[in-house]
Design a protein. Structure first.
Length: 225
């Protein structure tokens, strides 16, 4: 599952590393993002329902869910709904603490969806210019439905503030692995990983989109899991 306002296009390097004759990889664009048309704005729970429905419809075998950033929260919700049809969850710098919602949570600072999108798009273009985000992310944000971004971001802020992110993740009924980089993971989240003995692996690449600079490294960690 792509992160906040991202889409399947940015995952292409990772897909190419993971997919082969034995492994099928599907990346879902949520409604209002990527190739999916706008939909009545969905909460995190609503997105989790959609992903679970997609898995049940498209796969006869248990699947491993992979989520990036806020997409990890959605993958976690889908895992609870899938039960035995989910064999594991891999979180790539997923949201565990309130500090992790440093992208999506900004929606709560705006009372207008279009205003939020414009401000956020400008910030992302700055991240791309500084080398902190892939250009595909700026393109994804620009193409996203403003209302969908705003509603999902506000829900993320509320759920993160309540501590729900970490609680849901650490009580997952399936195997899980948290992948992270030291420079892009807040100290609060690193402490949370240690405090709760969450299975984790520190990636030797320093990027919030680690596959954009080391797709082979990320793919190897996922395959090992």
């Amino acid at each position: 599952m792509p992160g906040f306002a991202d889409n399947a296009r940015s995952w292409q390097p990772l897909i190419e590393e993971l997919a082969d004759e034995t492994v099928a990889v599907t990346v879902a664009d949520l409604p209002g993002f990527g190739a999916s048309p706008a939909h009545p704005p969905l909460s995190i729970e609503g997105c989790g329902d959609l992903v679970a429905d997609l898995v049940l419809r498209e796969s006869a075998e248990p699947v491993t869910l992979i989520g990036h950033s806020l997409g990890s929260v959605i993958a976690v919700e889908a895992a609870y709904r899938l039960g035995r049809r989910c064999s594991g969850v891999v979180s790539i710098e997923g949201n565990l603490t309130p500090e992790d919602a440093y992208f999506s949570g900004r929606a709560a600072d705006h009372q207008d969806a279009v205003e939020f999108k414009n401000v956020f798009s400008a910030r992302v273009r700055g991240l791309v210019a500084d080398g902190h985000a892939p250009s595909s992310y700026a393109e994804a944000v620009d193409a996203s439905d403003a209302e969908s971004m705003w509603v999902l971001g506000r829900d993320a802020r509320a759920r993160g503030a309540s501590g729900e992110f970490g609680d849901r993740y650490r009580h997952l009924p399936v195997r899980n692995l948290y992948l992270w980089a030291s420079s892009t993971t807040p100290p609060e989240t690193r402490n949370y990983l240690l405090e709760h003995s969450i299975p984790q692996y520190r990636l030797p690449v320093e990027h919030h989109w680690p596959w954009s600079v080391g797709a082979d490294i990320v793919a190897k960690a996922i395959r090992s899991f």
